[in-house]
Write a protein that binds this ligand. Structure first.
Ligand code: FES
Length: 410
């Protein structure tokens, strides 16, 4: 080591040591600042104001336009309801969702819907949600029958982790979408095209019929104008296909390989539960690291009885659940095959929820007594939560009588 190098080394060690001991002055410095601070109360707090703007507890919205997208999907354009106090919309990251709070037959329920518009649209004063009518949908039928221009809607702030993160994800994004799972990719595509996201998007979009495809024309136009940024491949599982340039069948390994640079892409999957299982198997063959596959939470499990280790002998049974929520205690019935969250909503207890997928933690509750079944695919609880019997009612099913404590969020 030369004299010059030694000198450099000493300076580095000295400065690191200084950093190491800097914390010893933290407390005395803080005390000094408190002693010298003004006695006048702080009236404005810009940090908290910004946090509230970005993460409002709720947003009051009004439907300003309804656009038919396909035989079973509509886009609802929502603007802030100034009268009820929402002056501007919270900004978000393309791919996030809003959890809507809706009253159906006097019962308050929540549903998460991905935002289909881009974050810059929120700054212009609107969100778009594209909602597909489900055949036996409890909520979507009600939306179809009742939502008109002028209808007031309450939502959460933007939520979720299904977004492109340049520090983690590769710039080639492959979106694998099924049905209404196309909506977050519209938001991502618009953001890329607006030049706000440095990435390229290829979407493999599975639909069962031609007239189920959402945003067909819009994506075709965007593709034509920005071939270097966006490509959408429609894959139809029906037998007769008249659209040109589509693939038929399902989103298989062969189709993925045909359109994507598999080793240099991050995969984002959003669609119905059944598609996740199929696509997960297809992707397994590429042996990709886990961080290259991002999944949007798919909401409630539809067929819990078929999950591994679900105790089939209780499938037909109903149990009693003693719920302590806020200052209320109520005993409610709950079927083994419905989530505890649904049982509480049915009993009109207005329990807290957002993602309904075990992801956001908003419904986290305490199990005082009894046994529950939690699907292994959605059990993302921390070890401490498991140890101290915390659980998420949105993904938990009663398999005995229960007593639980549920938080009351405003
Ligand atoms: S609603 Fe998100 S974890 Fe239950």
């Amino acid at each position: 080591m030369t004299e010059k190098d030694k000198e450099k080394f000493l300076i580095t060690v000295k400065s690191n040591t200084k950093d190491l001991f800097a914390f010893t002055k933290l407390v005395p410095n803080r005390k000094k600042r408190i002693e010298n601070a003004s006695k006048e109360p702080i009236i404005s707090d810009p940090i908290n104001d910004l946090a509230r703007k970005l993460h409002p507890d709720r947003q009051y919205l009004t439907i300003s336009e309804i656009i038919d997208q396909s035989k079973s999907a509509k886009t609802f354009k929502l603007k802030p309801d100034q009268e009820l106090g929402t002056k501007e919309l919270a900004y978000f990251r393309a791919g996030q969702y809003l959890s809507l709070k809706v009253k159906v037959n006097g019962v308050e329920v929540t549903r998460p819907y991905s935002i289909a518009s881009s974050p810059s649209d929120a700054l212009k004063g609107f969100y778009e949600l594209t909602i597909r009518k489900e055949e036996y949908g409890f909520l979507t039928n009600n939306i179809w029958d009742n939502w008109k221009v002028g209808t007031k809607v309450v939502s959460s702030g933007p939520e979720g982790f299904f977004y492109f993160e340049p520090l983690r994800d590769l710039k080639n994004i492959v979106g694998i979408a099924g049905g209404s799972g196309i909506t977050p990719f519209r938001s991502i595509a618009k953001t890329i095209i607006e030049g706000k996201m440095d990435a390229k998007l290829i979407v493999l979009y599975g639909s069962s019929e031609e007239d189920d495809i959402i945003f067909y024309e819009e994506f075709k136009n965007l593709e034509r104008e920005h071939p270097d940024k966006l490509k959408v491949v429609n894959i139809l599982s029906c037998e007769e296909v008249s659209l040109k340039g589509c693939e038929t069948g399902f989103i298989t390994t062969q189709i993925i390989e045909k359109y994507c640079d598999v080793k240099n892409s991050t995969f984002f999957i959003c669609g119905p539960q059944i598609m996740y299982e199929f696509v997960a198997n297809e992707l397994k063959r590429f042996d990709l690291p886990q961080k290259r596959i991002r999944r949007e939470a798919f909401g409630e499990i539809k067929d819990i009885v078929n999950y591994p280790e679900f105790p089939k002998e209780v499938a037909e049974k109903s149990f009693k659940v003693k719920v302590h929520i806020g200052s209320i205690t109520k005993e409610i019935p709950a079927m083994a095959t419905e989530s505890i969250l649904v049982a509480m909503e049915r009993a009109n207890l207005a329990p807290p929820s957002k993602c309904r997928s075990g992801e956001c933690g908003f419904c986290r509750s305490l199990l005082i007594s009894g046994d529950i079944y939690i699907s292994p695919v959605s059990d993302w609880r921390k070890a401490a939560d498991k140890k101290f019997r915390y659980f998420h009612p949105c993904y938990s099913y009663p398999i005995s009588n229960l007593e639980i404590i549920v938080p009351r969020h405003l």
